[in-house]
Design a protein around this ligand. Structure first.
Ligand code: ATP
Length: 421
C-alpha cells in the first residue's frame, strides 16, 4: 500500500502524526482531505491542512491544540475549528457531515453523516481525495469519486449535474482551479457551467459569498488568465452590467500586473499589497466612481478597501498633470502621494504612462515615504514652545524642507526653529 504521507515537510509530518495519535486516543477516525491531498499528489506545497473527523471534531481540535503551540478558534454551530500553528501552517478541522441545500446559493443545512457524504458535497472530484490518518491505514488514499483519475486527466469535474445550481460560486471556483493548475474544465462540466452562467445563476448568490470568491480569484498568480476565462465563459454582468473588459481595460489589467511585479522586485522588503483590490479596479475601470462605490457597498468591502478603490477614481487630472512634470520638488511629490495607499499609487502609475511620473513615484517609495523629521515634539517643548496643534504644522514644514534638501541635519532643523518660531 502506497503511503501518501511519506514525504511531508518535517513540521507538517510532526503535526499529522500527532493528529493521528490524538484521533486514536479519542477513538475517532481522522482524514486529511481536500486541497492539500490534491496538491500533495501534484507535488505542490500547501500549508492549509484540512482534517475531517468522523466523531467529535471540536473535542479533537481542543485536545490537539493542547499538544501544540497554536491558536484554536471553534465554530460549534458548524462543528468546525481552525488551529493556527504558525503564520504559515493552518489546520481546519471539520466534523463529518452531509448537507441539504434549501435553495440555490444559500448556506447548506448540516446533518450528521460520514466521510463519503462529506466528500460528496464538495465542488470537484479533484478536491474529494482523502488520506486516512488512522494507524492501521495511515497514509492510504481514499478516492470515492475518481479524483486521482481526474488529476491525471487534468480535469476539473463536478460531482453531479446539479452542482452549479446547488452553489453557483462553483462557477468561479472551476475557473480558478482550471487556470491555477493548468487543467481543463471537463466537457460535460463546462456545458453545465455555461448553462448556469446563461441562466444568471450567480445572481442568486449572496453578494458576500460572491465577494469572497472574487477575492480568491483575484489573488491567484494567474489572475489575468482567470479574468479572461471568466469573460469568455460567464462575463462580469454579475458584478455590473456595464463592465466592458475591452482591449484597453485588458491592457490596463496587464499594466497593473507589471506594476505589482515592479513594486515587489524593487522593494522586496516593502509592505504586502492587497493585489486583489488592484485587479478589481482593473475590472471595473471603465465605470465611474459612483457606480464602483455602489458595487463596493453591495459586496460589503471594508471601509479601508473602499477608500483605496475610490481614491483611484478621485485622483484629479490636475494632480496627474502636476506629478507628470519634470520639475516638481520632492515635497510636492510627497504632498500628492502621501495621502494615497500604495495600491492607489501603483494603479495611477499603471494608468498614466509617463517617465517623470514613474521616476517621482519610484523616489517616493524609495526615499520620501517614511522619511523622519530630524527633531520631535519633545525638542519643541524643550526649546520653550507650548504644545499645540501648531506642532504638527511645524514638523510637517520641517519635513518638506528636509525632503527638498534645504535642511540637512538636526542642528539645521533646530536653527530653523529658533529663527522662525
Ligand atoms: P486552495 O488551494 O485555494 O486553498 P482548496 O481546495 O483548499 O484550495 P478552499 O477554498 O480552501 O479550497 O476550500 C477547502 C475545500 O472545501 C475544497 O477543497 C473544496 O472541496 C471545499 N469547498 C470550498 N468551497 C466549496 C464550494 N463552494 N462547494 C463545494 N465545496 C467547496
Amino acid at each position: 500500500m502506497k503511503n501518501y504521507l511519506d514525504n511531508l515537510p518535517k513540521d507538517i509530518d510532526k503535526l499529522i502524526n500527532l493528529a493521528s495519535r490524538v484521533a486514536r486516543k479519542q477513538g475517532v477516525r481522522a482524514y486529511l482531505v481536500g486541497g492539500v491531498v490534491r496538491d500533495l499528489i501534484l507535488g505542490v506545497d500547501n500549508f492549509d491542512l484540512d482534517i475531517v473527523i468522523e466523531g467529535d471534531g471540536l473535542a479533537f481540535g481542543s485536545e490537539l491544540a493542547r499538544k501544540v503551540t497554536g491558536r484554536l478558534v471553534t465554530h460549534p454551530r458548524f462543528g468546525t475549528a481552525t488551529l493556527m500553528i504558525s503564520n504559515k501552517i493552518k489546520l481546519d478541522i471539520a466534523t463529518c457531515r452531509s448537507e441539504i441545500y434549501q435553495e440555490p446559493g444559500s448556506l447548506p443545512l448540516v446533518s450528521a453523516g460520514a466521510l463519503q457524504d462529506d466528500l460528496a458535497r464538495r465542488d470537484f472530484t479533484i478536491n474529494t481525495l482523502a488520506i486516512d490518518l488512522m494507524p492501521d491505514r495511515f497514509g492510504s488514499l481514499i478516492d470515492f469519486y475518481h479524483g486521482k483519475r481526474d488529476l491525471k486527466l487534468k480535469f476539473v469535474r463536478i460531482l453531479h449535474n446539479l452542482s452549479f445550481i446547488d452553489d453557483p460560486t462553483r462557477i468561479l471556483r472551476a475557473v480558478r482551479f482550471e487556470q491555477r493548475l493548468g487543467f481543463r474544465i471537463e466537457p460535460h462540466t463546462l456545458r453545465l457551467l455555461k448553462e448556469s452562467a446563461k441562466a444568471n445563476m450567480l445572481r442568486c448568490v449572496s453578494p458576500h459569498r460572491l465577494r469572497d470568491e472574487i477575492i480568491l480569484m483575484l489573488r491567484e498568480p494567474e489572475v489575468i488568465r482567470c479574468i479572461l476565462r471568466m469573460k469568455q465563459l460567464v462575463g462580469f454582468n454579475f458584478i455590473h452590467p456595464h463592465i466592458k473588459l475591452d482591449r484597453s481595460n485588458l491592457d490596463y489589467l496587464r499594466a497593473v500586473k507589471r506594476e505589482i511585479n515592479w513594486f515587489y522586485n524593487n522593494f522586496p522588503k516593502g509592505r504586502e499589497l492587497d493585489v486583489w483590490l488592484m485587479y478589481f479596479v482593473g475590472i471595473v475601470s471603465n465605470l465611474n466612481a459612483n457606480q464602483v462605490d455602489r458595487i463596493c457597498k453591495r459586496f460589503g468591502f471594508r471601509k479601508g478597501e473602499i477608500k483605496r478603490i475610490i481614491s483611484y477614481y478621485k485622483f484629479s487630472r490636475q494632480k496627474v498633470k502636476c506629478i507628470s512634470k519634470k520639475d516638481i520638488s520632492p515635497s510636492q511629490i510627497y504632498r500628492i502621494l502621501e495621502p494615497l495607499s500604495f495600491e492607489t499609487i501603483l494603479l495611477i502609475k499603471a494608468k498614466y504612462k509617463n517617465r517623470f511620473l514613474d521616476s517621482h513615484i519610484k523616489n517616493f517609495f524609495e526615499y520620501y515615504n517614511g522619511a523622519r523629521v530630524y527633531i520631535s515634539g519633545r525638542d519643541l517643548t524643550q526649546i520653550g514652545l507650548r504644545p499645540s496643534p501648531d506642532f504638527r504644522k511645524i514638523l510637517t514644514r520641517l519635513l518638506y524642507l528636509q525632503l527638498d534638501g534645504k535642511i540637512n541635519s538636526r542642528q539645521e532643523a533646530l536653527e530653523w526653529i529658533s529663527r522662525f518660531c
